[in-house]
Design a protein around this ligand. Structure first.
Ligand code: G6P
Length: 369
């Protein structure tokens, strides 16, 4: 087992560190930035369908559902197709309205989650085109789908999903730009810019991974907190949800992810000096709005930890701790901003004496309903 962990103390840590490689593997042979070309072999046959589609429904559970929410943001923003993201376990039991015109995409690391599989079966019965985004090659979901794209993250052993999540987001990014290209909702020159930036993401992930020591110091300060709030806007909202889920799963600290602006409709009542609030406050389109949300938390004595863009000074002056990540386009922020949150939950769990790789009551693959 020590050998399998490749010198790391835990699979989770190893898998966090693998992300520059896993994202690179996920992109390999799929993007040609200079030509503005995206190659998704599995979806090739469905180009026309993607061009004409009126609606995409994403079904998933857990972390994969969070990836779906990032996908919604990307596909709507760039491909201009309405997207709905559903918990598979809810979708399947409520007589969903699906037609032959819909594309239903299942996201599943294992490709075996019972609820996700059942949701797909319903969609198929009702005539939808069904796609899969899976990590495990040849699993049940990829076997029943019409088409799909593997994430190529390699085996994920830690129960808390890390590299599979960023690989799912990478595939969804590719699909969003692929759809945009088919539908003409992005110019070729813009696409070249995006693909060039996407190509540099593994290197930026490498740099982001250097925040580990800094995050460990922060974890030591907050390890005894019993609650934690994660806030973000836009595509950083699902990143906040994922940060909260990671912390809950492996450190058993109660954590909630919320859209930063929704805080005033409830969670703000919880804020006091014992409540760490983690903001994703990178320099993007909603930056100023997030800054004012940080002020609201500060005004109530909350303790702010912020993930910011390198060189940021405004938030640095307000927050108790900042963690810097490299500058990148809005579209790619989730791929970087997730990493410090993975480290944070890892260190807090370790410091609390929890079993990081095999948290109580959780399973890697949930094949029961
Ligand atoms: C379990 C795992 C999670 C995972 C979820 C969905 O709860 O512990 O890490 O996100 O199932 O699994 P899937 O294999 O469908 O992505």
């Amino acid at each position: 087992e020590a050998l399998e962990k490749g010198g790391y103390d835990h699979f989770m840590l190893k898998e966090i560190y693998e992300q520059a490689r896993s994202i690179r593997d996920c992109l390999r042979g799929r993007i040609y930035p200079a030509q503005g070309k995206i190659q998704l072999g599995g979806l090739q046959e469905y180009k026309e369908k993607l061009k004409m589609v009126d609606r995409i429904i994403i079904v998933a559970c857990g972390t994969s559902w969070h990836a779906g929410l990032v996908g919604e943001y990307l596909i709507e923003e760039y491909g201009r197709v309405p997207v709905e993201v559903e918990y598979a376990s809810e979708f399947r039991y409520r007589n969903p309205i699906i037609t032959h015109k819909d594309i239903v995409i299942a996201i599943s690391q294992s490709g075996e989650t019972a609820d996700t599989m059942a949701a797909l079966e319903i969609a198929k019965e009702r005539g939808a085109t069904i796609f899969g985004i899976c990590n495990v090659v040849g699993a049940s979901i990829p076997r029943i789908t019409d088409a799909g794209a593997y994430t190529h993250a390699g085996p994920e052993i830690g129960v808390a999903s890390t590299k599979a999540f960023t690989a799912q987001v990478t595939v969804l990014t590719l699909i969003a730009f692929y759809i945009a290209q088919q539908r003409g909702t992005i110019s070729q020159s813009k696409l070249i810019e995006f693909l060039t930036e996407l190509d540099s993401i593994p290197a930026l992930v490498e740099r982001t991974l250097q925040c580990n020591n800094r995050v460990e110091e922060i974890a030591a300060r907050f390890k005894d907190s019993n609650n934690c709030l994660f806030l973000g806007r836009g595509s950083s909202f699902p990143v906040a949800l994922e940060g909260a889920l990671k912390l809950k799963e492996i450190s058993y600290v109660h954590a909630e992810g919320y859209p930063a602006a929704e805080m005033k409709h409830g969670p703000i009542a919880l804020i006091d000096a014992d409540m760490p609030v983690i903001f994703i406050a990178t320099k993007n389109s909603s930056y100023e709005k997030v800054v004012s949300n940080i002020q609201e938390v500060k005004a109530r004595g909350g303790r702010v930890i912020a993930i910011v863009t390198e060189g940021d000074t405004e938030v640095r002056d307000m927050a108790e701790y900042v963690i810097e990540i490299p500058q990148t386009d809005d579209a790619f922020v989730p791929l970087l901003a997730t990493i410090p949150l993975q480290f944070l939950s890892y260190h807090i769990a370790l410091m609390r004496g929890c079993n990081v790789d095999q948290p109580r009551n959780l399973a890697k693959s949930v094949t029961v309903e």
